[in-house]
Ligand binder design. Structure first.
Ligand SMILES: Nc1ncnc2c1ncn2[C@@H]1O[C@H](COP(=O)(O)OP(=O)(O)OP(=O)(O)O)[C@@H](O)[C@H]1O
Ligand SMILES: [Zn+2]
Ligand SMILES: [Zn+2]
Length: 796
């Protein structure tokens, strides 16, 4: 095989293209290089070394006789991307408008996109003697080219082990193990009677050996028998000491008690049977809160595993709590790999390798877990499929649901989209039989009922002594606490923030870089910009009129907590919001403390709405239901309906009856009324009607383009150019709306304008959008930023 030329997609931020570049493969690497490996290649006039991916090979002839540069270094011993992923990247590129390199990088753990080295080790004594000298391990980067090639060959023959090590950050975690090396000597070794500890260890090792145990944790034995005693057995050649790698996530598995399948009720059983018996189309599992969707997922996954297959379970980042992951670990033990943003790069990398090596059969994770390099996938499940966090809001702007559909088809796997409040897009597809609709209409736990929801018109409660709490809600809370039951209170923070205002002149401080008022943070005593991070102190006098009457507005969770503890001094309150969950593990600690009954009230933002399953919670209060209703986003009703339904679902999940109280200034809004009635069907019909009248999804598809530049004139000019380009390429039927300034017109010192394309069928759309994308690579447009967001989830 003469594969002299490699095609490489190179990661050059300033000069992006999907076209691979050709590089010569050095002789000594010729039969080692494979598709999907990363390499360093010289690039541009300065021949700077850049990272790239091998995506193909070509014959020398095809290079057209021109002089090619050579690959400088191979970064991987085995491909980090497999064929499926490379094919997937091509498919994604049809609907995701950023360059392929960004898609390929999104498929890998961060660690592999950063700087690291490879550590080589060997168990082969001859090789060790010849190449390693006195060293235990070699750094790959310290070897010359021919040595590197040689090491790769030895690795291929199974003689060398390789580990990636982040140069900057934490490396692979190892622990010391002791293994029994000489059974005979263990039996025959004579130990003096007074050496009690040595005798004890000898005795221990013999009994262990009889039950088939031949390896032990070094620290355990040292703790029990002392370092000296252990050392003695090693020096006698009875035990050998070695370092083995441990998964940093090991901690998860040690503490969780295994759990058995529940007997499914008839609705669950019907859904389960449908899912395991056909992979023809995706399933929409529409089940009311607490209907036992998770139990169905668990059994579908168990079924896949029993068939020798693997599974991916996606959950929204925010509900990736131990509470959630533990349910999977309890069923599938060490077959589970967990991927979420709370893990360090090293930990994520560990999980990725556990998956790649085939050790993990079930991957539980947030959005990016959809790329998990599993083979032979039998089931893919997306819980809370309506969640916007499944769409990435930076490049590459992909939706995990679309990737899931592609992969499910590729593997002929069952795909389940689950939700109590499916997105309109998904539900409409089920309506048209593109998805198969499965219903769970009852709560799973025998005594549990869907809670009753009461709406409180806050306009009538303005005279109550508190601005945040009506008397009715306060009384209810006291009543529950007196009974020893628990309460969940949600403060809707979407579209809402605290700020300061001058009472004399009405001045509100704004961010100097962004057209938005600064948010008040009481914990740090600062005003912060939520877009660019600009921070400043709280002024004592008004910068505009020098008045001293600065007033604090808004009900941050902190302020509400203070108010609540004044109103109900006896209540034990736990607060959960971005401020109290900043530290690693804080989220978990708050939830487990609440679960253990150490508090009466859990007060929090949206993050408490999802996934919580606490049997003792009998009251859910929503302090402000409507703050998100007036946002300039056509999905604001849908979001409000979903959120209220979700949070209401936290009450009365076991044998105690649940109640929900919603405080609102818009008591007649249909999103609130229909959430009260638990009427998804009614909401779906009504909202679809609006969408049809206004030509919004799911009746129309949308693409949003955001054009940004420091100079407002330039943005406007370019926006019109782009609009002309689009109109010239698209049919009459497509609508191109704009350009208009974004709702927040300036952030990070950049002006943002948006164009919105609405269409039903446009065969030139992909090509036209790629043309727009390529505008970013024109030297004249260096300072221009263009975001192309296909099916945007967020219009702010
Ligand atoms: N077949 C069953 N028999 C008894 N209890 C069950 C059964 N299925 C589920 N449960 C219990 O019912 C409760 C709710 O189930 P689960 O959390 O799976 O519902 P869900 O639909 O995923 O909830 P949500 O979407 O509201 O988070 C859990 O405590 C679960 O253990
Ligand atoms: Zn003023
Ligand atoms: Zn700002």
């Amino acid at each position: 095989m003469s594969q002299k030329i490699a095609q490489v997609i190179v990661d050059v931020p300033t000069m992006q293209t999907d076209k691979p570049f050709s590089y010569r493969i050095p002789e000594e690497l010729a039969d080692l290089i494979q598709i999907g490996m990363r390499v360093h290649v010289p690039f541009g006039r300065g021949n700077r070394l850049m990272q790239g991916f091998i995506v193909g090979f070509a014959d020398e002839k095809e290079s057209g006789g021109q002089e090619l540069k050579s690959i400088a270094e191979v970064l991987d011993f085995d491909p980090v991307l497999n064929r499926e992923q490379l094919t997937l990247a091509d498919a994604m590129r049809e609907t995701v408008f950023s360059y392929k390199i960004s898609i390929l990088k999104a498929m890998l753990p961060n660690l592999l996109n950063s700087s690291y080295d490879k550590i080589l080790t060997t168990e082969d004594k001859a090789i060790a003697k010849q190449y390693f000298g006195a060293e235990q391990a070699l750094h790959f980067s310290s070897l010359d080219e021919s040595k590197q090639a040689l090491m790769m060959k030895l690795h291929r023959d199974g003689k060398i082990a390789v580990q990636y090590v982040a140069q900057s950050k934490e490396s692979i975690k190892t622990k010391k193990r002791l293994a029994l090396a000489d059974e005979n000597k263990l039996k025959t070794l004579a130990i003096a009677v007074r050496a009690k500890k040595r005798l004890a260890l000898q005795d221990f090792l013999q009994t262990q050996n009889q039950i088939g145990e031949r390896a032990w944790d070094y620290t355990d034995l040292v703790k029990l028998y002392s370092r000296d005693v252990v050392k003695f057995f090693v020096s006698e050649g009875i035990l050998t000491l070695s370092e083995v790698e441990v998964s940093r996530a090991q901690g998860y598995f040690d503490t969780i008690a295994p759990d058995e399948h529940k007997v499914l009720n008839s609705e669950q059983e019907a859904a389960y049977q449908a899912i395991i018996s056909s992979q023809e189309k995706p399933f929409l599992l529409e089940g009311v809160t607490g209907s036992g969707k998770t139990e169905v997922y668990l059994q579908v996954i168990a079924h896949a595993i029993s068939q020798g297959k693997t599974a991916i379970m996606l959950v929204p980042e925010i509900s990736l709590t131990p509470l959630m992951t533990n349910r999977f670990i309890a069923r599938f033990g060490e077959h589970v790999a967990i991927m979420h943003s709370g893990l360090s790069d090293g930990e994520k990398y560990d999980e990725w390798r556990k998956i790649k090596s085939g050790k993990a059969k079930v991957v539980v994770g947030a959005r990016s877990a959809i790329f998990a390099p599993l083979h032979n996938i039998g089931a893919i499940i997306i819980d809370e499929e309506h969640e916007t966090s499944y769409k990435q809001d930076s490049n590459p702007r992909y939706h995990a649901r679309d990737v899931a559909i592609w992969r499910a088809k590729f593997h002929r796997a069952a795909l389940v989209l689950g939700s109590a409040t499916p997105s309109l897009e998904t539900r409409a597809r089920a309506q048209q039989n593109v998805y198969q609709l499965l219903h769970l209409t009852q709560r799973a736990s025998a005594q549990a009922e869907i809670p009753e929801v009461e709406i409180l018109d806050m306009r009538k409660h303005l005279n109550d002594k508190s601005a945040s709490f009506s008397e009715v809600l306060l009384d209810k809370i006291s009543e529950k606490i007196a009974k020893g039951e628990q309460v969940v209170l949600m403060l809707n923070r979407r579209g809402y923030s605290s700020f300061i205002m001058c009472r004399d002149c009405g001045f509100v401080p704004e961010c100097p870089n962004c057209d938005i008022s600064l948010t008040l943070h009481m914990d740090t005593k600062t005003l912060n910009c939520h877009y660019c991070g600009h921070t400043t102190g709280i002024p004592h006098t008004c910068p505009n009129c020098q008045s001293k009457k600065i007033r604090y507005y808004g009900s941050g969770t902190q302020k509400v907590e203070e108010e609540l503890s004044e109103l109900l001094p006896e209540a034990r309150i736990l607060r959960m919001d971005v401020d109290t969950t900043k530290k690693k593990g804080a989220h978990e600690r708050i939830l487990s403390s609440f679960g253990a009954g150490e508090a009466d009230i859990l007060l929090g933002t949206q993050m408490i709405a999802k996934g919580l399953d606490f049997p003792n919670v009998t009251l859910v209060g929503v302090i402000n239901a409507d703050t998100a209703l007036n946002l300039p986003d056509f999905r604001s009703s849908e979001r409000t309906f979903q959120l209220l339904t979700q949070v209401a679902g936290r009450a009365g999940r076991a044998d105690k009856k649940g109640e929900v109280l919603i405080q609102t200034f818009n008591p007649d809004h249909y999103a609130i009324r229909l959430a009260q009635a638990h009427d998804y069907e009614g909401f779906y019909q009504l909202e679809m009607d609006f969408r049809r009248k206004l030509n919004y999804p799911p009746y129309f598809y949308t693409v949003q383009l955001v054009i940004s530049h420091q100079d407002e004139e330039e943005v406007v000019k370019k926006s019109y150019e782009i609009m002309a380009l689009l109109k010239g390429n698209l049919s009459e039927k497509a609508r191109v709306l704009g350009p208009i300034p974004k709702p927040i017109a300036r952030t990070h010192n950049l002006y943002h304008y948006q164009l919105l394309i609405k269409y039903r069928f446009e065969k030139n759309l992909e090509q036209a959008l790629n043309q727009v994308l390529d505008l970013t690579q024109v030297p004249d447009n260096k300072k221009l930023r263009i975001i192309i967001d296909n099916e945007p989830q967020n219009f702010m």
